[in-house]
Design a binder for this molecule. Structure first.
Ligand code: GCB
Length: 623
């Protein structure tokens, strides 16, 4: 495994620990931090599409370049060409194709696409204003899973990874006036994708998050970040790009509390290290104070809404702003309420989910599983006051010994961290979920943990680990204990485990409070998952699985078990809402839905919702 080299650089008298070389290589060419607040054109709306199950628009039968009559990305008016007659013909016409709403997963859009897994071409036309010496970028918030992007017939870039943004410069390809944007979206997953094709959720395909055409000046602020450190200083940096990036004076203003200036180096990088202003209110779930932060250079200004807080671990405690905190959470998939979700996280869709966590369950924390959720959700968590666990889908199976797969994982992590590092709500980066222990797997996760540490030393690292039930020698009565046997623990700040005793396996609910846990005494532990299925409305007094009573009983008993773990510092039971999963095909109970939600897919509360809400109310001190 390549060792990261950390260098210490002195700029203008400040010691700055630099991002190690390998991690630095993962920085995307353009970030456009704060793009949502920039001069831009939202390209959401009706696009046309063309299915391409055999990938004829990418390659011909021999694997060579596609036949021109198949190339969906051509900048051509096919009806006009056909009107001319002649020997040529076409086997597509994007202009006259069926329509589909972007953003959104195609699976929910049309019955014919419900189980479509492959390549689909999307197209829309739009008008651009003249750039007048400025620049333009297309920023995709997420395309699931691979994207091939063409503007006016010219390929402008590709991207792999279904949940992270990517930005492509189109200054030269863009026309003032009419433009034709075509995106090939390939939803297929394989043994080398992240995740692989084996998951417990609907993989969905499509342009699932907004696409924006962003206008910038020739020299612009590509990235700007600030962070409150444990020693009470606020550090950060601004990155300028463009012909006049070098040695610009950059100013940062935190609300009306403070301003500071710094001068960019020859590469357009300016660093800040200032004392936190007196009167700076710390962000917390109880008081999610956000400031308008403004970064300005001669030619450009970028603004953001940011909170300032510290997060740390001390012994077995998790400290938020220096004070111990218990994480009253729940896990969440990115799926809106309703019978036919399209993974379209509008602000109101996301707010409805987070509202149930914050005000229904009395929560202060959400595990955004199992991949980076939309920026809308993370920004709302900032605004509403919910701490966030963020993860990338290194889940169950991964081709652990393949360096290309590791590279993909590291790049995905980097894209997530660069996107969200200004969000006060995000306190934990997870490097994996339930991956079976082996030496190659632990090396892979170890490299991920090192990468996270290098890119963002200010947040905590965790992973959802598996637990083992085993007999221990010193246990006289030969009783079993629940333990974590995983060398990855050494790389983590917070231990986290998924435990399903009482659902999977043969334990009865009565046995749960008596289960013995053997976990390190000096490390914080959270239960990253526990849960049981119940079909909303399926009631029975007995002890039948899938009933609301069983699920509620399971929660009562699991919480009683949890109370006996002295180092327990939080939990995110599985899961807020029933979610689509093709693994779950019981025709009466499941019908393609994982039923471990405390809410049905349409938002009906099951009995267990009240059990957890009461527990969290008591934990929060009765508030
Ligand atoms: C797990 C997985 C989660 C599944 C859940 C289940 O451990 O992390 O993705 O959906 O169990 O329902 O079995």
């Amino acid at each position: 495994m390549k060792k990261f080299i950390t260098t210490l650089l002195l700029v203008a008298g400040w010691a700055i620990a630099c991002v190690p070389a390998a991690a630095r290589d993962l920085r995307p060419a353009f970030l456009l931090t704060g793009a949502v607040h920039r001069d831009s054109q939202d390209l959401s709306g009706q696009w046309t599409y063309s299915k391409d199950l055999y990938r004829t628009g990418l390659t011909d039968i021999n694997g060579w370049v596609a036949k021109s009559r198949m190339q969906r990305y051509r900048d051509i008016d096919i009806a006009a060409e056909e009107a001319k007659g002649g020997t040529g013909f076409f086997e597509f016409d994007m202009d006259r194709g069926p329509r589909i709403a972007v953003p959104g997963a195609w699976n929910a859009a049309q019955p014919e696409l419900r189980y479509y897994d492959g390549l689909i071409w999307f197209q829309r036309k739009f008008k651009s204003k003249p750039l007048n010496g400025g620049r333009a970028f297309l920023r995709f918030e997420a395309v699931n899973y691979k994207a091939y992007v063409y503007l006016n017939g010219k390929e402008i870039g590709r991207h792999e990874g279904g949940f992270t943004p990517f930005t492509l410069e189109v200054t030269d390809a863009l026309r003032a006036g009419d433009n034709r944007l075509t995106v090939g979206v390939d939803s297929t997953h394989d043994a080398q994708s992240i995740p692989t094709f084996i998951t417990d959720w609907d993989l969905y395909g499509g342009i699932t998050r907004p696409v924006r055409l962003v206008y910038t000046p020739a020299t612009f602020i590509d990235d700007a970040t600030l962070n409150l450190r444990a020693d009470g200083r606020i550090t950060g940096e601004v990155r300028l790009q463009g012909p006049r990036a070098a040695r610009q004076t950059v100013t940062v203003a935190i609300g009306t509390l403070a301003t500071a200036t710094a001068v960019a180096d020859a590469d357009g990088r300016a660093v800040f290290d200032i004392k936190a202003p007196a009167g700076l209110e710390r962000w917390s779930p109880d008081s999610p104070k956000l400031y308008d932060v403004r970064f300005s250079a001669a030619s450009d200004t970028v603004r953001d809404r940011m909170g300032f807080r510290t997060i740390a671990v001390k012994g077995s405690q998790i400290l938020l702003n220096g004070k111990p905190i218990f994480l009253r959470g729940i896990s969440l998939h990115e799926e809106e309420f309703g019978p036919n979700p399209a993974r379209n996280m509008t602000e109101s869709a996301s707010r409805a989910l987070l509202h149930e966590i914050k005000h229904g369950l009395n929560g202060n924390y959400v595990r955004l599983s199992h991949y980076p959720h939309s920026e809308v959700t993370v920004r709302l968590a900032d605004e509403m006051g919910l701490l966030v666990w963020s993860e990338i889908p290194v889940y169950w199976t991964v081709d652990w010994e393949n360096p290309d797969v590791l590279r993909k994982a590291l790049a995905m992590q980097a894209e997530t961290i660069y996107r969200d590092r200004n969000r006060a709500s995000v306190v934990m980066w997870s490097v994996g979920n339930e991956t079976p222990v082996s030496a190659p797997r632990t090396r892979f996760h170890g490299a991920m943990a090192d990468n996270v540490r290098a890119l963002d030393p200010t947040r905590l690292i965790s992973a959802a680990l598996l637990v083992e039930r085993r007999k221990v020698n010193d246990d006289v009565d030969g009783e079993e204990v629940t333990a974590i046997q995983d060398p990855l623990m050494d790389k983590l700040d917070v231990l986290a485990v998924n435990t399903y005793a009482g659902w999977y396996g043969n334990d009865t609910l009565d046995a749960l409070p008596g289960l013995k846990w053997r976990v390190p005494a000096d490390r914080p532990l959270i239960l990253s998952e526990f849960g049981a299925d119940a079909l909303a409305g399926y009631r029975d007094d007995g002890n039948k699985k899938f009933t609301e009573e069983y699920q509620a009983g399971y929660y009562r008993q699991t919480l009683a078990m949890a109370e006996k773990i002295p180092t327990l510092r939080g939990m995110s039971p599985w899961i807020l809402k029933d979610f689509r999963s093709p693994r779950r095909e019981h025709p009466v109970i499941q019908n393609g839905w994982n039923r471990k939600g405390l809410l049905s897919e349409t938002g009906v509360r099951k009995q267990a919702f009240g059990v957890l809400a009461d527990y969290y109310r008591a934990k929060a001190g009765g508030r």
